[in-house]
Design a protein around this ligand. Structure first.
Ligand SMILES: O=P(O)(O)OC[C@H]1O[C@@H](O)[C@H](O)[C@@H](O)[C@@H]1O
Length: 287
């Protein structure tokens, strides 16, 4: 058993793990799209309606938002969530010990010579991303280096789409007492009370650096999401109307997904002086 470089529907790395496990990442956006530990239901969610086309966002997996989140802090930047997720990243390293312990590590790089002329963010940077697939957890790490001679400021997110059995039955713990901006109502300074349940369109940017757990009774499992280097946890489910309005999202698919994103956005951009680096990490563990 070894990893393969595959081309369908997009170029990337794939691996089988055990009898039924599967790992996958695309070069476009350095986007993880599959983590299914052996014997488990998929943990990473992918839409069956996703486009797989050059320079189009991929709906599902783990999009890397960079160097801005959504339309950016000015509210008018395109493409949404930054150009990083639309670029073809350079696969710089692949290591597997699949036969021994079921692990696969894939590393990617991106810099301004590859992302080309970006009028909204003409900065010098190097980005490095590592996905570590193991039978126990999926580890994600994004490093941004300032390689220029001026300060750089950016937003970023690991926009992780997770598969759940029935989103109306899950509860998410770990955010009790955290303040959040509700992007659906536009209300700032909301405070989470107890566990979060999903009963409508949900789009919240929490001030939170801690661990959250999804309790999923329909699949009979918990997903534990830890992170570092991140001031915000974003939770997103489009619910019925927004799902129906998105051409790359199945009308009923909102029922089986939730995004739990490790971000630095809105009031928490990252500023790096020349020569400095920033690390953003997220780990998903099946419990
Ligand atoms: O459709 P996109 O650009 O992939 O974004 C999906 C969602 O991503 C979330 O992170 C945002 O908070 C939502 O507002 C947004 O709708």
């Amino acid at each position: 058993m070894a990893h393969e470089i595959t081309d369908n529907p997009l170029r990337g790395v794939e691996a089988a793990q055990g009898q039924s496990g599967h790992y996958g990442i695309f070069d476009q956006g350095a986007q993880v799209w599959s983590w299914r530990p052996d014997g488990a239901e998929p943990v990473i969610w992918m839409s069956e309606k996703s486009w797989f086309a050059d320079s189009q966002p991929i709906r599902g997996g783990v999009p890397i938002c960079f160097p801005w989140f959504g339309p950016g802090r000015s509210g008018d930047l395109q493409p949404l969530h930054g150009f990083g997720r639309l670029q073809t990243w350079h696969m710089s390293n692949v290591k597997d010990t699949l036969d021994r312990d079921g692990r696969l590590i894939v590393e990617y790089t991106l810099d301004e010579s590859m992302s080309g002329d970006q009028p909204n963010w003409p900065q010098r940077y190097e980005a490095w991303f590592r996905a570590k697939f193991t039978p126990e957890y999926l580890g994600l790490e994004l490093q941004i280096d300032n390689v220029g001679d001026e300060d750089i400021t950016f937003d970023e997110a690991l926009h992780t789409y997770l598969r759940v059995g029935d989103v109306t039955k899950i509860s998410i713990s770990g955010l009790d007492g955290a303040t959040y901006f509700d992007k659906v109502t536009g209300e700032e300074g909301q405070v989470q009370s107890g566990d979060l349940t999903v009963a409508g369109e949900t789009d919240r940017v929490y001030e939170s650096t801690g661990e959250v757990t999804i309790h999923d009774p329909a699949l009979g499992r918990d997903l534990v999401i830890t992170k570092s280097g991140s001031a915000n946890t974003v939770i997103w489910n489009p619910w019925i109307d927004k799902a129906a309005a998105m051409p790359d999202f199945g009308d009923d698919e909102w029922q089986q997904m939730i995004c739990i994103e490790a971000a630095n956005a809105l009031g928490h951009p990252v500023t790096l002086r020349p020569g400095e680096s920033h690390h953003l990490k997220q780990r998903i563990t099946l419990a």
